[in-house]
Design a protein around this ligand. Structure first.
Ligand SMILES: *Cc1c(COP(=O)(O)O)cnc(C)c1O
Length: 377
């Protein structure tokens, strides 16, 4: 069986976890957490990077940090993971869903302005498959209406837009190190604070609402409860595992891009003959091969292709059910404008196996089985 995903193991994970154990500092903000945060800051140019237990937690931290409250509106695509919306709904916000572009499956930047009202507080963009949204347009609209921009860059570690790392462009950026992502600590995440005016409070919210970090730096002589917050520090064991992955980020990224290119070439004829659609990468984007997907004619064809692959020992996977069609999405959100592409594209998309360590032979086999399905060679 060719699995859909297999978390990367690069070699130093065991050694670093053991070293964290022997060091005796297993709680948050230990030596490996600092190494990971330094790596993230130097890689993304973020003003401050803070490790969190997941991307979900980084998004929730963002919602508290931006003072999202009852009645505020937050604009985002409906084609995303639950956490993108849930983090803001938890603070009482009304989620305003905007349609996606059919080419990248990212929020349609041209439709954001029409969704803005007096109550709009933030725009949350999702860089689907590690391919950037049109950030020039997103930032311009946000600037004009004085809105915050949060990048859900869960899938975007090592990707860039106009040479700028994803997660490092909006006011805040959120990364995921879940085992389904390119770099992992099993569960994990990070908040990138790009707006320096948000940094002190981000630290406080992450430290149970206390100014403990300022105390540790000697800036205050005792620490106390100063704001609302939660416990948003991962154990240094997780950070030790993650650091081994980040050290190998370049190698993992290059190998994944090789896999992506191989799929792309092997399936190009089906794309050319308009049998399936393949991913589109805008010229200003450098992606990270987070996923390789094909788009079939419709839902029925996708279901049939998925079964055909399964019958040939290949695990392929569809993706998000649009949030505006889900029970909680209807309760906490509203769709702005018309759903021209969100539902349609979500029903056509099928993700093929993609992971560090996938063999060329397996990629060629997957491509052959897809060709066989379409009786095309
Ligand atoms: C994976 C993912 C998340 C959630 O990440 P966790 O680290 O599992 O909380 C959020 N948003 C998007 C777009 C994702 O792909």
């Amino acid at each position: 069986m060719i699995p859909f995903n297999r978390p990367a193991v690069t070699g130093h994970e065991e050694q670093y976890v053991l070293s964290a154990i022997n060091h005796g500092g297993l709680s948050g903000d230990g030596a490996y957490t600092k190494k990971c945060e330094k790596w993230l800051e130097s890689h993304t140019k973020a003003y401050k990077a803070l490790l969190t237990p997941s991307c979900t937690h980084a998004l929730e931290l963002s919602a508290v940090l931006l003072d999202i409250r009852e009645g505020d509106e937050v604009i985002m695509p409906s084609y995303t993971f639950t956490s993108t919306a849930n983090a803001f709904a938890l603070r009482g916000a009304r989620i305003v869903f905007v349609d996606i572009r059919p080419d990248t499956l990212n929020i349609n930047e041209q439709l954001i302005e029409a969704a803005i009202t007096e109550r709009t507080k933030a725009v949350v963009v999702v860089h689907y498959a590690g391919v950037a949204c049109d950030m020039a347009q997103v930032m311009a609209v946000a600037d004009q209406y004085q809105l915050y921009v949060v990048e859900d860059a869960a899938q975007g570690v090592m990707s860039t837009y106009m040479d700028r790392p994803l997660g490092g462009i909006g006011h805040l950026g959120c990364y995921s190190f879940h085992e389904t992502k390119n770099y992992t600590s099993g569960e994990g995440g990070a908040l990138l604070v790009n707006d320096p005016s948000l940094a002190d409070r981000a630290e406080i919210i992450r430290e149970k609402g206390t100014n403990r970090k300022q105390f540790l730096r000697g800036q205050v002589d005792k620490y106390s409860w100063v704001d609302i917050g939660s416990s948003l520090l991962p154990s240094d064991l997780n950070a030790a595992y993650l650091y081994a992955q980040l050290e190998h980020a370049e190698a993992i990224n290059e190998q994944r891009l090789g896999h992506w290119e191989r799929y792309n070439e092997a399936l190009q004829d089906l794309n050319r003959d308009q049998i399936i659609d393949l991913p589109y990468i805008p010229p200003e984007c450098v992606h990270n091969a987070h996923m390789f997907y094909v788009k079939t004619a419709d839902l029925a064809e996708r279901t049939a292709l998925m079964s055909h692959l399964k019958a040939h020992d290949i695990t392929a996977s569809f993706h998000y059910v649009p949030l505006h069609t889900a029970a909680a999405g209807k309760k906490y959100g509203v769709f702005s404008g018309e759903d021209l592409h969100t539902t349609k594209e979500s029903q056509r998309l099928l993700r093929l196996p993609m992971y560090y360590g996938l063999s060329d032979q397996d990629i060629d086999y997957v491509a052959d089985v897809v060709h066989q399905f379409y009786n095309h060679s």
